[in-house]
Design a protein around this ligand. Sequence first.
Ligand code: ZN
Length: 555
Amino acid sequence: MNIRFMGAVKGVTGSCHLIEFKDKKLLLDCGLFQGRDEELNYQEMDFDPASIDYLLLSHSHIDHSGRIPLLVKKGFKGTVYCSKATYELCEIMLLDSAHIQEMEVEWQNRKARRAGKPLVEPLYTQEDANKSLEYFKPVLYDQIIRIDDNITVRFNDAGHVLGSSIIEMWFKDGSEIIKVVYSGDIGTKEKPILNDPAIIDYADYVIMEATYGNRVHEDVEKRDETLINIILKTVLRGGTVIIPSFAVGRTQEIIYELNKYYDAHLSDFGTSTNLLKNVPVYVDSPLAVKATEVFKRNAGVFDEEARDLLKKGDNPLKFDNLHFTQSVEESKALNFSDEPKIIISSSGMCEAGRIRHHLKHNLWKKNSSIVFVGYQAEGTLGQRIRDGAKKVKLFGEEIHVNAEIYNVEGFSGHADKNGLLNWLKGFKEKPCRLFIVHGEGQAKEDFAKEVEQQLGIECIIPEYNEVYEIKGRGQVECVQVSKERLAAYSKLSPEHVQQMMEELNEMREMFQHTLGQVQEHVSSESISIENYTLINNILLNMKNDIMNLSMLSGK
Ligand SMILES: [Zn+2]
């Protein structure tokens, strides 16, 4: 069996892994690359889409599903297995994604025409998206699916977004069975509406996400309180609260939490909560409106708390001052009124959609607040604003950031470091290898260290287009190394190590010289001598490391 990693290896977008077993090819997810990796969507795929027999889809988020219409456009004729809710969400999300692609291309082409440049084509159209849905075959959680005589598959609740799945796969080779588990995206425990991620008891190999592999969500218990306090503060000073949110999942969770808060404070009169009840909440995303309908149709996979509310006759996704805006006119009107309000809009990372208009109208206002409630991938507008950009460009205009910026991590859809480790601890027998994907470089490395130390499971962090051959339990070999890794290895030539040594020596001499001068001429209060000493020590340590490397590289 071979596993080839072709997405979500440099970051978190474009999830796509290929398993080749006997005469079958199975794809795990086929997501859209976003942010800094966007151009990868336009490259030829690293495999022939027509040769893929099955696509096992972990969940509907576009970074996991967004290239399915492209896959079909390029010749895929197999079956897409996913949970029922994932299918229903894909019905609206893939169409929405196609619509965004078409709109962007239209805008680019208008400019291209004026500049006499060649026109471009959308990655896929709404027609392509519609056609791709014909290949979907929804299944139930826990259902045993016999793909063929040798491959069996089962979807389990991942608690990340409605319908999200952890996928178990059994591959039978003669008398031996190798079991591979794909985590998809793993949710947090106690997440609103959804069940906790399913515990899997056995696997030989696990392909696992590590989005928050080195982070602990700090405000999980207090997330509602934190959000309510931000809203109150903003509303009291007459401002607008803008919540960039994934239309699917996070938006419904925020609605659910607000509803819960209002219910719990029903009898508070004359208090700030009472004031809050009169503040309109606008869900300004046609996609979120449709997604909320899908949620309502899939209450069967809700957690106990949400089901109890339904039984009592309380629709947890509805309250008095909640409004869904559909048309562009309604959306625009929101920015022409000064009333304090809450606007929940997408996309969650501010890369597209109506949120960009709301940011344009509110980022410069001191009394407004922008509240991030989800992951912001590197290179996205959301990440820049969250990390303190003083000005950003929107619709060709430079906008100053004067609004208050908040990041409420407790709403994250992804388990944090402890959640991921706890999920792994649920295995009754240790998996023999863990492939870590879906995370920024440092998060994956830190998580690998933690897993190796705490659980003694050997970790592999695959790079783009690397292929691992699995011969049996514990027998795995990298049979195609990435170009980047090869380039890094090649730097370890004896000549290169020698050159690094010389450069370091020069740097150290320079620092020692400067240190001497500093000690002689400048009072110790104005320049930190400790810093210079520290740097000198670091350089010495690096020299030692390079010496060790030169031993390894045969010097
Ligand atoms: Zn996801």
